[in-house]
Design a protein around this ligand. Structure first.
Ligand SMILES: C[S@@+](CC[C@H](N)C(=O)[O-])C[C@H]1O[C@@H](n2cnc3c(N)ncnc32)[C@H](O)[C@@H]1O
Length: 201
């Protein structure tokens, strides 16, 4: 009889980015809802200067936080009227950002990056933010795959806010599981404990 236990793949990597985005939205522009923003702000206190490194001034982060925070926006798409149009997936992004802002650093980076390359964006954000970063990502980011399993072990998020499943297309069965991962960059960091928050149904 065939074994019924699963085989746990070692060294498995995430799928490469498709060359053409026939069915995906261009630049992974799947937008954050006001409800998702509220869920994040219910669990983490975001103050001061906030950078959305993958979004413009009319997107959820800027819209929700503009009345209480100084907002900076960046989106690689020149079609978005962001403060800068830098490519935040480049290793040089932190330097490029500091050059564009004469060395000014945001207290927080709050953003929703293209999900498949999220770690690159998280690392860049952590090297820029003085207080913390909060990223809305797909739940697959918490899977210990070869791409970022080791990094997650040494850098577990301080907080995970699990969201209700989101629907970005008309297909009923196409729902996406997402969460906000929060990393504090300084003394607030509690490296060995991750607080879990679950949004109510
Ligand atoms: C998941 S959407 C988030 C959109 C919006 N900020 C929100 O939260 O509703 C990803 C955004 O990242 C932008 N983007 C994609 N690749 C990028 C890159 N390499 N650098 C900066 N922005 C990028 C896209 O143009 C898109 O607006």
């Amino acid at each position: 009889m065939a074994a019924r236990t699963p085989r746990h793949a070692k060294g498995q990597r995430t799928a490469p980015e498709p060359q053409t985005h026939l069915r995906r939205r261009w630049l992974d522009r799947y937008c954050t809802s006001p409800e998702a923003m509220d869920a994040s702000l219910g669990a983490v206190d975001i103050t001061g200067c906030v950078l959305d490194m993958c979004g413009g001034p009319t997107d959820a982060v800027a819209t929700r936080l503009r009345s209480t925070c100084e907002i900076l926006t960046n989106d690689v798409s020149s079609g978005r009227p962001a403060d800068t149009n830098l490519d935040a997936s480049l290793e040089s992004f932190p330097e490029d950002f500091l050059a564009a802002y004469s060395g000014k650093r945001p207290e927080w980076v709050a953003t929703s990056p293209p999900y498949s390359r999220a770690l690159t964006f998280v690392k860049a954000a952590m090297s820029l933010a003085t207080k913390g970063v909060t990223f809305k990502m797909h739940i697959f980011f918490l899977e210990p795959c070869a791409d970022w399993g080791g990094w997650l072990q040494t850098n577990p998020p301080s907080l995970c806010v699990f969201l209700r499943r989101a629907k970005y297309t008309r297909a009923n069965n196409a729902k996406t599981s997402e969460f906000w991962g929060v990393w504090y960059t300084q003394e607030m960091s509690c490296r060995n404990r991750t607080r879990l928050v679950f949004c109510p149904e």
